[in-house]
Design a protein around this ligand. Structure first.
Ligand code: AHR
Length: 516
């Protein structure tokens, strides 16, 4: 090669590295469909367990805390942030913790409450100062529906049903009287009840056949104490691809005893070798996205089994634990504390698109977890609080809450690393109650930008506005020193011409468009 030619080649190589490579187009038509399901806002639910610094030194800093502004011990900045996120429901108190929790230890005068040793998570001794009243009052402040995961593994039917009576009975009864003695006259409205958690593991290492029988027993005695509402009973569901678990539950539990069956699936490279939360390479990023996108197959296959036993869709699939799980670079910050990077934004955007697109069966999901644990939307450090990229994705996606799904059908280009390929693009769309159409698009490709061409002729579109979440590097994150490094910005990289909306979607970005 001549010297001049070599210089030109090197120059164009540098240019191609500096700018995202624009690759193959994605094309589809956006068209409303009759009988399309509503995307339940409960798909955007959250999960707060007694684990690490999620509750204590996270959400709850205590009524006597003078340095952190709080309402009944709950941080005001967290209340504000969760209200802005319009969280539709909050699952509590576990996780694995749920099957060790005896709710009566967390009521009455705080000085008299016994302690509990958190046997699953670090062996810390907790003083039970955050209990039933604290949690349900918080849900009222947040205007969110409580989802109580109750103890089956080490509890009894009586303990379980007493809890239902304690929170839900307005008449005269032993538990309603006790609640009133503890300062709460009126019942709370608790609809969602988890019948144990991970019964195949920390909940008791049960077989599905054994649990299905036990579930039938518990569910039989679960009574709603108000005339106008029915309890929503959620069976502890499968671990990832354990289809046999779902099959047995759907086969053995009569449909009049169950409203939801759960599923748990986390994203990591490998369970034995999770990557660092911030110092991961592209192969590790790809591996994490591989498990995240697997959610599509999991939801489809569990749905297929449910369809077989419940063709009328009476039982909902509830993905009540999902999110990324890594090794923290700052383990001193608490059990399962981890930072939250653009990789997490990719997981959140793509997973929520999967749930939206499966809205017919998936009626609720809970991101693990709300504060300072796993794929948190909020991180705290003393008086400081930051919102993570995942928070911003969840907030951008609020437009889909209770909107009608508009199914999208397209062929995604592939994101390839070391010979393995994943779909680069994920999209979901919906029409809200005001008639606005919202489209959320995710490009997980670490290098290439894609042109998305959407035929919107049927929709009489006049205007488009949008937001984008992106960063310079996949490992970028918000920190306590730089809390706004990654925030949504106005998205302008689109053209609307002759009924076609053309979008340029940069590498590892999330875009939400309001088309009206
Ligand atoms: O979210 C952390 C843990 O993951 C939960 O306690 C448990 O249910 C799951 O295994």
């Amino acid at each position: 090669m001549k010297k001049k030619q070599l210089i030109i080649t090197v120059f164009s190589l540098v240019l191609s590295l500096a700018q995202p490579i624009v690759a193959q187009d994605v094309e589809f038509t956006l068209k409303e469909q009759p009988n399309a399901p509503e995307i339940s806002k409960h798909i955007y639910g959250h999960f707060a367990e007694h684990l690490g610094r999620c509750i204590y030194d996270g959400i709850f800093v205590g009524e006597n805390n003078e340095s952190i502004p709080n309402t009944n011990g709950v941080r005001n900045d967290i209340i504000e942030a969760l209200k802005a996120l319009k969280i539709p429901n909050l699952r509590w108190p576990g996780g694995c913790f749920a099957d060790t929790y005896h709710w009566k230890d967390g009521i009455g005068s705080k000085e008299d409450r016994p302690t509990i040793v958190n046997q699953w998570w670090g062996g810390s001794t907790e003083d039970n100062s955050f209990g039933t009243h604290d949690f349900l009052n918080l849900c009222e402040i947040l205007d969110t529906e409580p989802y109580l995961a109750a103890n089956v593994g080490s509890g009894t039917v009586k303990e379980f049903t007493d809890w239902i009576q304690y929170v839900g009975h307005d008449g005269v009864s032993p538990m309603a009287d006790l609640r009133k003695e503890n300062g709460r006259e009126k019942s709370w409205d608790v609809k969602y009840w988890g019948v144990g958690n991970e019964m195949w593991g920390c909940g008791g290492n049960m077989t599905p056949e054994y649990y299905a029988n036990l579930y039938r027993q518990y569910a039989t005695f679960m009574t709603s104490w108000t005339n106008d509402s029915k309890l929503f009973r959620i069976a502890s569901g499968a671990n990832v691809a354990d289809y046999h678990w779902t099959e047995v539950l759907m086969r053995d539990i009569p449909k009049n005893l169950i409203e939801g069956v759960a599923l748990h699936s986390y994203s990591f490279v490998k369970w034995e070798n999770k990557s660092s939360d911030t110092k991961f390479n592209e192969v590790e990023y790809f591996g994490t996205m591989e498990t995240a996108l697997k959610m599509e197959e999991l939801v489809q296959k569990h749905t297929d089994i449910m369809d077989k036993y419940d063709p009328e869709h009476k039982v909902a699939l509830i993905v009540d634990e999902w999110g990324g799980w890594y090794e923290s670079e700052e383990p001193e910050k608490g059990v399962l504390y981890q930072q939250n990077t653009m990789r997490d934004a990719m997981i959140a955007g793509a997973t929520l698109n999967i749930f939206n697109n499966h809205a017919k069966r998936v009626k609720m999901a809970n991101l693990a977890q709300t504060v300072n644990v796993l794929q948190a939307v909020i991180l705290t450090e003393g008086e400081k609080m930051i919102l993570t990229p995942t928070y911003h994705v969840m907030k951008m996606y609020t437009v889909h809450h209770d909107a009608t799904l508009i199914p999208t059908n397209f062929k995604s280009p592939k994101y390839t690393v070391e010979g393995k390929s994943l779909d680069a693009i994920s999209i979901s769309a919906s029409k809200d109650k005001k008639g606005n159409i919202n489209v959320s698009l995710v490009n997980i490709d670490a290098h290439k930008s894609y042109t998305i061409k959407i035929n919107v002729k049927d929709l009489n579109v006049k205007n488009v506005i949008g937001n984008i979440l992106k960063a310079k590097a996949l490992q970028d994150h918000n920190s306590f020193d730089n809390p706004n490094k990654i925030i949504p910005k106005e998205f302008k990289d689109f053209k609307l011409k002759k009924g076609e909306l053309e979008i340029e979607l940069p590498p590892f970005s999330v875009v939400v468009l309001d088309v009206y």
